[in-house]
Design a protein around this ligand. Structure first.
Ligand code: PLP
Length: 379
């Protein structure tokens, strides 16, 4: 049935670009290719279009235009948050043990420069509790970073409460959250969340790869991460990726609309119910975005299951796409998932374009692969 077009269930890694994003690249690379910083009337028009896109992204985050910096990806946004959010500040840095590699490695770089970097252990369901955060922090904590929605398991953290607790423990701390897997899927009103910094990425919501953004709360003293020609009011130099930024805004709006009419949790539950038994663990919490299902099959290898599924036209992930070359899964390990399970993990992730038929087919394919492998192993 799906021989021509694979059933793509790795949307946490990336999504298919929305037509509006593709059209924007053509428009601002072709007909309107001018540099937005030049003085011609056409350039001024392009500048206006960028401002409109900035307003759209800001609106989706409950922020204002001046609070958005476009970057080359969320990896850059996260790097910037750590490098600039902490610059010239004294004190320790606190992050969860279940962060994306771009946050984890940013913290490790600070550690290698001699900073006091502390990790908050998650509950076994992957969530970060207020109590655990409070225990690791002290009045000298300068920077905190807690992921909003896990890219491994879809688990959603209560950022509003965690941020409030962090500010109570250390009122001067800067609070950052990686919102890449949350944006356009669950509520991400940065004012309600109370965060100072929030990272998002275009290609997870139908935009193109190579575009991200960082929300920086008004009044926060952030030196620029990239210096040069002074674009984006001097806050991030480099000629703007015009088509990418405008396409990001259009795609995010379209994604949000489709997401409102889509029940990810229903598909997630359908698969979970049919693929789990006493030798299968669902990783994560009931507090889930609905878009990610992380399953661990005891005694099996995740990459073998994924490979067998691919042979039948079903594409699933093994964990964060950026870290599949790393042998052990740092996040599942932090969640205390036993190794015999962790090694048999696959990540299934949906988009508002995923259909029930695709999920039914993929469920059958994965169940068949697991049955075959178990037969081989058990002889
Ligand atoms: N943070 C999270 C939670 C992610 O899932 C990803 C991508 O997988 C990133 C950051 C990095 O995003 P980008 O590919 O835009 O650098």
């Amino acid at each position: 049935m799906f021989a021509e077009k694979p059933v793509y269930l790795d949307n946490a890694a990336t999504t298919k670009a929305d037509v509006s994003a593709l059209e924007s690249i053509v428009k601002y690379g072709g007909e309107l290719y001018y540099n937005p910083s030049a003085g011609y009337v056409k350039s001024l028009e392009i500048k206006k279009d960028i401002e409109e896109a900035t307003d759209t992204i800001a609106g989706l985050l409950g922020a204002s235009r001046e609070e958005i910096i476009f970057t080359s990806c969320a990896t850059e946004s996260n790097n910037e948050a750590f490098e600039c959010g902490i610059r010239n500040k004294k004190g320790n840095v606190v992050l969860s043990a279940v962060e994306h590699a771009s946050v984890y490695e940013s913290a490790m770089r600070l550690k290698s420069r001699g900073m006091d970097v502390r990790f908050v252990k998650p509950l076994s369901d992957g969530r970060i509790s207020s109590e655990a955060l409070q225990c690791v922090m002290d009045e000298n904590t300068a920077f905190v970073s807690i992921i909003h929605c896990s890219n491994e398991t879809g688990t959603v953290n209560d950022i509003q409460s965690l941020c409030a607790v962090a500010k109570e423990r250390s009122p001067r701390c800067v609070f950052h959250s990686d919102g890449v897997q949350a944006f356009c899927k669950i509520p991400t009103d940065v004012k309600k969340l109370g965060v100072d910094l929030y990272s998002i990425s275009a290609h997870k919501v139908g935009g193109l790869k190579g575009v991200g953004a960082l929300y920086v709360k008004k009044g926060l003293n952030m030196p620029p991460f990239i210096v040069g020609g002074g674009q984006q009011n001097g806050r991030r130099s480099g000629t703007e990726n015009v088509g990418g930024i405008i396409g990001f805004a259009k795609a995010a709006l379209a994604y949000k609309d489709s997401a409102a009419a889509f029940d990810a949790s229903k598909l997630r539950q359908y698969m979970a119910a049919r693929l789990t038994d006493d030798r299968v663990k669902i990783n994560g919490s009931e507090y889930n975005s609905g878009y990610i299902l992380s399953l661990s099959f005891e005694g099996l290898r995740g990459e073998v299951i994924a490979h067998m599924a691919e042979e039948k036209g079903v594409l699933v992930g093994l964990g964060s796409a950026c870290s599949t070359h790393v042998k052990s899964n740092r996040v599942l390990e932090a969640m205390r998932v036993p190794r015999r399970y962790a090694e048999g993990s696959i990540r299934i992730s949906f988009s508002p374009h995923t259909t029930t038929e695709e999920v039914e087919y993929a469920t059958e394919v994965i169940a068949e692969a697991v049955e075959k492998l178990r037969k081989v192993i058990n002889g």
